[in-house]
Ligand binder design. Structure first.
Ligand code: G6P
Length: 609
């Protein structure tokens, strides 16, 4: 979380910093700030609100500069306020930071003893003063940043500018993402590529421990010990359109409607072929998958829900035992390691601290068969895993995950088939049948999206409610969980999900006419069981909203609203059933007038524990 931008160029870089922050707002948006050298003097502007407020402050000051740093924040240390907003300064130098400095209290106490006065509650201010202290010892700026970062424990991506050294900006990273942009008129750095597309496509990914000096005429990168190092220049293929809203009102809406394309892109490798190859997970995947005796899937949030669906698939189709665990639990739990287990980590961003730590933990326990399913190819999680599958959803900006989820499901369906095949449990006939269903998935999703007008009407009714229950069974239970998560995330309506069979063991006590109950009713083998559960709700006066496949034969009646989904889609039905739940949350949030793309208190990539 938190986004940083750094720029040094012959043009006025103030608009570049602000536009970069707008693109990074998904990483945090509780305050924003910048520091630039305006006519040789450091000017710092900060706002406790959004980037738009910072932009109007910069406008009022008619700020112009050729070098500067900027930040958009998701608070960790210290409440969101102007005082805690970055940049943090220490006599003529300014620092922006993304990450958490674990030993900042020791550093702070030491600096306070030396006479430094702290103005904020942040860990970042300790970096600013420590850097100032290093500079006092006579070393140059670059060396001072290197010595400072070597004393930091935890994760950081930082940007530094100083009044005394106006011809270079310094950046460094460990744990938090940071890349350089090589421009025609100068050098840039940011937390992700989207922030830099406005000025360049030439990007250099920094590695953990790297330190870089940015000048008007170029840059240099060194390792933590000061040894110069070459890092490859990549030409980003990310299109500017991918990060623009276009005709849509919100990123979440855009991303919901991009799902057919995102799925088609993710499934491109099976578009023509008649068979599944384990190689799509990496060169050593054939061997790894064949030797897999168990699967352990680790993830957080929405990615965890995709893992839960996969458990049903892997056990029923590949017949391999599969457990799924929340990454933040697994990393601190005493578990029994097993080298024959394939450890799968799922993450949209590839940055989630708990998921990354869980992967490292599994490796430290001797589990070397690891696979990352991720939407960001250069991310830390991808680099840490032995095998990889990159979902091709394109950048997901809305905090509530949508297209990342359905493309993760597509990847997990491929993994299920590859495992089943390696273990001789996939007949040629089934392989063809599943692959055909996968190939048609984008079209099937597009059809479900056409149900939007009816869902909009349902959302009107929902928006007045305080609570909601979501029910599902089997592989649709995780979809009920995802529906409840979506609703609470963006509409702030309290929502819980239950395996429908559990209703009578407690939650039924909550059901009355004020409690809408949303049921996922695919025409599968559990339908009759689910219908009994729905009767239990109706008998207590609960109002039912049922997403029923054609063939489910649940009649509409007083208090029972039915939305008819297309034909049952077999194994892949969860991918279709999540779509109306995404739309329901989106429209409920619209009616409630919440900030859909930037819900309160949340952030897109959670790089802290
Ligand atoms: C945050 C986001 C969620 C996301 C979760 C895991 O909480 O708000 O939308 O599901 O992180 O993120 P990841 O990038 O690891 O999938």
């Amino acid at each position: 979380m938190c986004g940083i931008v750094t720029a040094i160029a012959t043009r006025n870089i103030v608009p570049v910093l602000l536009e970069g922050l707008r693109k990074l707002e998904y990483r945090g948006y509780d305050s924003a700030g910048l520091a630039v050298l305006h006519n040789g003097e450091m000017v710092r502007l900060r706002s406790a609100g959004r980037v738009a407020e910072l932009a109007s402050l910069a406008d009022n000051r008619q700020l112009q500069a050729n070098i500067g740093i900027a930040h958009t924040r998701w608070a960790t240390h210290g409440v969101p306020s102007e005082r805690n907003a970055h940049p943090h300064v220490s006599a003529g130098l300014a620092v922006v930071h993304n990450g958490i400095i674990e030993n900042f209290e020791t550093i702070k106490a030491d600096l306070q003893a030396k006479g430094y006065v702290f103005e904020s509650d942040t860990d970042t201010e300790a970096i600013a003063h420590l850097l100032h202290h290093k500079l006092q010892s006579g070393v140059d700026l670059f060396e001072a940043v290197r010595l400072t970062t070597n004393e930091l424990l935890g994760a950081y991506a930082i940007g530094v500018v100083t009044e005394a050294d106006p011809f270079r900006a310094i950046v460094a990273r460990r744990g938090s993402p940071l890349l350089l942009g090589v421009g025609e008129d100068g050098m840039y750095a940011a937390s992700d590529t989207a922030a830099l597309l406005q000025v360049t496509r030439k990007v250099v990914y920094l590695e953990d421990g790297d330190l870089a000096e940015l000048r008007l005429d170029g840059y240099k990168v060194v390792l933590a010990d000061g040894t110069p190092v070459e890092r490859e220049v990549h030409l980003s293929s990310l299109s500017a359109d991918a990060v623009e809203l276009g005709k849509y009102r919100h990123y979440m809406q855009k991303e919901i409607f991009e799902q057919p394309q995102a799925l088609a892109n993710t499934l491109e490798m099976i578009a023509g072929g008649g068979s599944i190859s384990a190689q799509i997970f990496g060169v050593s995947a054939t061997e790894s998958l064949a030797a897999t005796r168990r699967v352990l899937v680790l993830a957080c949030g929405t990615s965890y829900h995709s893992a839960l669906v996969a458990r049903y698939w892997i056990e029923s189709i590949a017949k391999i035992p599969c457990t799924v665990e929340i990454a933040s639990e697994y990393r601190y739990r005493e578990s029994v390691p097993d080298p024959e287990t394939l450890v799968v980590v799922i993450s949209q961003s590839g940055e989630t601290a708990d998921t990354l730590a869980a992967l490292k933990h599994a490796k430290s326990l001797g589990m070397s068969k690891t696979l990352a399913i991720c939407n960001v190819p250069e991310s830390a999680i991808v680099r840490e895993a032995a095998l990889r599958f990159i979902t091709r959803a394109g950048p997901e900006i809305g905090v509530a995950s949508t297209k990342a989820f359905t493309t993760q499901l597509a990847a997990l369906a491929l993994l299920t088939l590859a495992l089943a095949k390696q273990h001789g449990r996939l007949s040629a006939e089934d392989e063809t049948r599943y692959l055909t269903a996968l190939r048609h998935l984008p079209v099937a999703v597009a059809k479900v999206l056409e149900l939007e007008p009816q869902i909009e009407q349902w959302a009107q009714k929902f928006s007045g409610k305080q609570h909601a229950l979501f029910l599902g069974r089997g592989r649709h239970w995780p979809i009920a969980m995802e529906g409840a998560l979506k609703l609470k995330e963006i509409s702030y309506i309290h929502a819980e999900s239950y395996a429908a069979g559990e209703l009578k063991h407690g939650p039924l006590a909550l059901v009355d006419k004020e409690m809408p109950v949303i049921a996922i009713a695919p025409a599968d083998e559990l339908l009759e069981k689910l219908k009994s559960n729905l009767q239990e709700v109706r008998a207590r006066g609960g109002e039912l909203y049922v997403f029923a496949d054609a063939g489910s034969e649940i009649p509409e009646s007083e208090g029972v609203h039915i939305l008819h989904m297309p034909e049952h889609y077999g194994m892949l039905s969860p991918v279709l059933h999540v779509i109306p739940l995404q739309l329901l949350s989106y429209h409920a949030a619209l009616v409630k007038g919440t900030d859909v793309d930037k819900p309160r208190n949340l952030a897109k990539s959670v790089t802290v524990e």
